[in-house]
Design a binder for this molecule. Structure first.
Ligand SMILES: NC(=O)c1ccc[n+]([C@@H]2O[C@H](COP(=O)([O-])OP(=O)(O)OC[C@H]3O[C@@H](n4cnc5c(N)ncnc54)[C@H](OP(=O)(O)O)[C@@H]3O)[C@@H](O)[C@H]2O)c1
Length: 250
């Protein structure tokens, strides 16, 4: 099992959903974890749960679209834990509907959260990772980046951007001993798709489109995250691992 004893991780969008379960997995593997998102109460409850079970965690309320918030997140982590080893760029939002009905403001919000947020946090940790000559960046993309999905142009484009960003940064930082990889999940039950899951017809249609005929379970993502966060992936960079029950390969 991957051990991250002595390592320090930052997870954005860790208040709930996949980010929270990935932050829990990193803490469970021994890492000290900074959790960031806009809703402070969710972060505080993560810190309470983690410290109660003997782990180390820090809450930093932050909007990932804000450059100064990204810097604060990094500075607070260094001040509390002394180093940074892993950044998980997980914060993300979705907007769905026909393109002609989508406002430019909505398009910008999706791109700003999913792509600009990934860029800002990666840039903010860059100086530290380069100086220590090691580090792992794990970007959370989506299998929607790899297939045409009607009604999701902004989201799919933002996540395809995340995959291209992952490749570029992998090449740029490989010489510094830093690995940059991505996970591309398919459907996992979270608030992000609560509306879809509440509609039995829509849910049945989605489930039929997944060869595995089910959504993923958080631990099916976490095991890959731990590999990409630890030494097992030291010679692997620029890759995107798709975890979607076969949805994007059919
Ligand atoms: N669930 C799926 O089926 C699925 C599939 C493929 C990819 N993904 C990706 O996985 C990631 C997590 O998704 P999820 O399903 O866990 O979503 P979720 O349950 O809606 O959680 C999203 C998290 O991102 C945070 N966030 C949103 N906007 C933010 C901002 N501007 N600044 C900082 N944090 C922000 C949210 O916190 P606040 O609102 O408090 O800021 C929340 O903690 C996303 O990147 C998503 O695109 C999910």
């Amino acid at each position: 099992m991957t051990t991250l004893e002595g390592k320090v991780a930052i997870v954005t969008g860790a208040g709930r959903g996949l980010g929270r379960s990935m932050a829990r997995a990193l803490a469970g593997a021994g890492a000290a974890v900074t959790v960031a998102a806009r809703t402070g109460g969710e972060l505080d409850s993560f810190v309470e749960q983690t410290t109660a079970s003997g782990g180390r965690a820090l809450a930093v309320p932050a909007d990932v679209t804000d450059e100064s918030a990204a810097s604060r997140m990094v500075e607070a982590t260094i001040a509390e834990f002394g180093r940074i080893d892993v950044l998980v760029n997980n914060s993300g939002i979705v907007a769905s509907g026909p393109l002609v009905d989508q406002s430019a403001a909505e398009w910008d919000r999706v791109i700003a959260t999913n792509l600009r947020g990934t860029y800002l946090a990666t840039k903010a940790v860059g100086g530290h990772l380069i100086a220590q000559r090691s580090g792992k960046v794990v970007n959370i993309a989506s299998n929607f980046a790899l297939q045409g999905v009607a009604g999701h142009a902004a989201y799919s484009a933002s996540k395809a951007g995340v995959i291209a960003f992952t490749r570029s940064m992998a090449v740029e930082w490989a010489r510094h001993g830093i690995q940059v990889n991505a996970l591309a999940p398919g459907y996992f039950a979270t608030a992000l798709n609560a509306e879809l899951r509440a509609d039995p017809e829509a849910l049945a249609k989605v489930t039929r489109a997944i060869p595995a005929r089910r959504m993923g379970e958080p631990d099916e993502l976490e095991s890959w995250l731990l590999l990409l966060s630890g030494s097992a992936s030291d010679f692997m960079t620029g890759e995107t691992i798709v975890i979607d029950g076969g949805q994007s390969v059919r």
